[in-house]
Design a protein around this ligand. Sequence first.
Ligand SMILES: Nc1nc2c(c(=O)[nH]1)N[C@H]1C(S)=C(S)[C@@H](COP(=O)(O)O)O[C@H]1N2
Ligand SMILES: [Mo]
Length: 328
Amino acid sequence: MSKHFKIPAIASSEITPEPVYLKRRALMQAAGLAALPLLGGVSRAAQGEETTGGAPLAYREPDSAAGGFTTGEQATPYADVTAYGNFYEFGTDKGDPARHAHQMIIDPWSLEVDGAVRKPGKLHLEDILGGFDLQERIYRLRCVEAWSMVVPWVGFPLADLLQRFEPGSEARYVAFETLYRPSEMPGTRSFTSTIDWPYREGLRMDEAMHPLSLMAVGLYGKTLPNQNGAPVRLVVPWKYGFKSIKSVVRIRLLEKRPRTTWESLAPEEYGFYANVNPNVDHPRWSQASERRLPSTLFSPNRIPTQMFNGYAEQVAHLYKGMDLARNY
Ligand SMILES: Nc1nc2c(c(=O)[nH]1)N[C@H]1C(S)=C(S)[C@@H](COP(=O)(O)O)O[C@H]1N2
Ligand SMILES: [Mo]
């Protein structure tokens, strides 16, 4: 983050270590104090670890009355959420994003929105971090590879962003693209990479407008570490993790369904919908259960996978009448 950029509306200079943050949140929820804006945990840099992200954000607590905005399940520790993941631009090893993503320059940043909108335009870093009403959303994230986490994201509904650009009635799909900057992304320079960069994703318009579809700018109360998709990434909690595209620089509204990265690579393995479904196995492995991080060889922490990742009540109606085994 550059010196010129100021995180808006931070009232306190208080910094709270991670375990204290979790405990305080639980205490405040128990005490019914959830309406107070909270500040996040201590920066990892202050603990002597190299990381990016970590500037505190001001946000509202999740609306517990709204279905799916929070979960009683235990959040995956910050260390696991930030150390283990997929961000192929930085390599295919689960530790590569944490090792290499600090090379990605995120300030300045611009996110272009165009296509079937009445007011095409751009958002800059300060608009992304300061121009929306930020809320916490505690979501399950289930990777197609059968590992999962629970993440306290901070962000705003994708619908809030799209509405600013006034989608036309012809807009039926939304296409997303990640930054593609080979000089900062060793994974894109790899000769073994078969991905046609940039990384691309897409949603149907009704999926994009669903209140659970989130543009995340932070986790654990702080701006996103680069490896988790700084400065802004999509989070669609009822779909496999690959739909939740990181470090977004372009959003286009379209009449036709866009080509997406994993579907293009292996259409018989990764579909456009990619709804979490324990009854439809991946051709090479079962999707009936998942390893909830932290997970080790001796303590795998395997749990059953839920239909729509536990969000069936909120989203099943979007797919009424569709054959989910064919539209995987
Ligand atoms: N640009 C981009 N976005 C991406 C990916 C990627 O390789 N590149 N991997 C996806 C996959 S497979 C998963 S499971 C999630 C992981 O997000 P996390 O590292 O924040 O847990 O990011 C998704 N978004
Ligand atoms: Mo994934």
